[in-house]
Design a protein around this ligand. Structure first.
Ligand code: GDP
Length: 300
C-alpha cells in the first residue's frame, strides 16, 4: 500500500496539486468552487459526480463554518472517499470450491492490459502460496498466446494454449480441466477483446462461460479498462457490461495519467467496484484498490 500510494502520488500530482492550490485560496467564492469542479471534470470524475462532490463540500464548509485550507482539505477527502464508496466488497475471489478451482475470466478490448493483468494476478496468487493455471483463450492473435506463455514462465504458472484460430471456449475448458486434474486453486482465462460486433462478443464470452461451467463455476469476470482512455474506455465498458455479468474492474495504466477520477465515473456507470489497479508493466505492478489510499495519494 505504501508503494501504491507513492506510485499514484507521482501520476496524480497534477490533479491533486490543482485541487490543493484552489483550496488554499484566500476566499472560497463562486469562482473557486467552479474551478474545483473543473479540475475534477478534467480528471475524469464525470460531470454529475463532480458537481455532487463540490455541492457536498460547499454545504459542509458552510455548516461547519470551516475556512482553513487544512479543514477544507479533510472535508474534500471525506467527500471523495464517500464517492468511491469504501463499503464495496473489493476482494477478488480466488479460493477453490472443494476440488474445483476458482475461475476468473479477464475481459476487455485489445491493448488495455488483459494479458499483463492475467500474468500479474497469477503472480499475486502464487506469491500468496497458492497455485494458478492460465488459459490463453485469445486465439485470434498468435502473439497473445506467446505473450501469456512468457508471463506463465515468469511467474511460474502453466499456460494452456492452442493453435491460432482455435475455439476460445475449448481452451478455457482445457485450462479448467487441467486445473482440476492438478488440484490447482485458481484458473485465470485471458480472453480475446475483439469488439467487432456486440453479438459476436456476446456469443464468444457467453460460450466461454458456459463451457467453463460444465466443469466448475465462474467466480469473477474482471473487466480491464485503460485509465488513459477516458470516455472511450467508458463506452467500451458499457458494451461489455451489456454482454457479460462483470464482477469487478481492473483499471490499468494509472501510473501514466492524472485522470484517476475515472475510478468514480466507471463505478457509478457500471455499479461494479474497481478491485485492482495496474501501476506499471512489471510483474509486481498490480495492487488491490483501496479508496482511502487512493484519495490520500491524490491529496498528498
Ligand atoms: P491486452 O491486449 O489487453 O492483452 O493488453 P496487454 O496486456 O498486451 O498490454 C498492452 C500494453 O500495455 C503492454 O505494452 C503492457 O505492458 C502495457 N500495460 C499493461 N498494464 C499496464 C499498466 O498498468 N501500466 C502501464 N504503464 N502499462 C501497462
Amino acid at each position: 500500500l505504501v508503494r501504491l500510494r507513492a506510485r499514484l502520488a507521482q501520476s496524480q500530482n497534477a490533479f491533486g496539486r490543482g485541487l490543493l492550490t484552489l483550496l488554499s485560496s484566500d476566499k472560497l467564492d463562486e469562482d473557486v468552487w467552479e474551478e474545483i469542479e473543473e479540475v475534477l471534470i478534467t480528471a475524469d470524475v464525470g460531470v454529475t459526480s463532480a458537481s455532487q462532490i463540490v455541492e457536498g463540500l460547499r454545504t459542509k464548509v458552510k455548516v461547519l463554518g470551516t475556512r482553513t485550507p487544512g479543514d477544507v482539505r479533510s472535508l474534500l477527502r471525506e467527500e471523495l472517499v464517500a464517492h468511491i464508496n469504501p463499503d464495496l466488497d473489493r476482494a477478488v475471489r480466488t479460493e477453490p470450491h472443494g476440488d474445483r478451482p476458482a475461475v476468473i475470466m479477464v475481459v476487455g478490448v485489445n491493448g488495455v492490459g488483459k494479458t499483463t493483468t492475467t500474468g500479474k494476478l497469477a503472480r499475486v496468487i502464487i506469491g500468496d502460496g497458492h497455485t494458478a493455471v492460465l488459459g490463453a483463450a485469445d486465439t485470434f492473435r498468435a502473439a497473445a498466446a506467446e505473450q501469456l506463455q512468457t508471463w506463465g514462465e515468469r511467474v511460474g504458472a502453466p499456460v494452456i494454449r492452442k493453435e491460432e484460430g482455435a475455439d476460445p471456449a475449448s481452451v478455457a475448458f482445457d485450462a479448467v480441466t487441467r486445473g482440476i486434474a492438478d488440484g490447482v486453486d485458481t484458473v485465470i482465462i485471458d480472453t480475446a477483446g475483439r469488439l467487432h460486433t456486440k453479438t459476436g462478443l456476446m456469443d464468444e464470452l457467453g460460450k466461454v462461460k458456459r463451457v467453463v461451467e460444465k466443469r466448475s463455476q465462474v467466480d469473477e469476470v474482471l473487466l480491464v479498462l485503460d485509465a488513459t482512455t477516458g470516455q472511450n474506455g467508458l463506452r467500451q465498458a458499457r458494451v461489455f457490461a451489456e454482454v457479460v455479468n462483470i464482477t469487478g474492474i481492473v483499471l490499468t495504466k494509472l501510473d501514466g495519467t492524472a485522470k484517476g477520477g475515472i475510478v468514480i465515473q466507471v463505478q457509478r456507470e457500471l455499479g461494479v467496484p474497481v478491485k485492482l489497479v495496474g501501476l506499471g508493466e512489471g510483474p509486481d505492478d498490480l495492487a488491490p484498490f483501496d479508496p482511502e489510499t487512493f484519495v490520500d495519494a491524490i491529496l498528498e
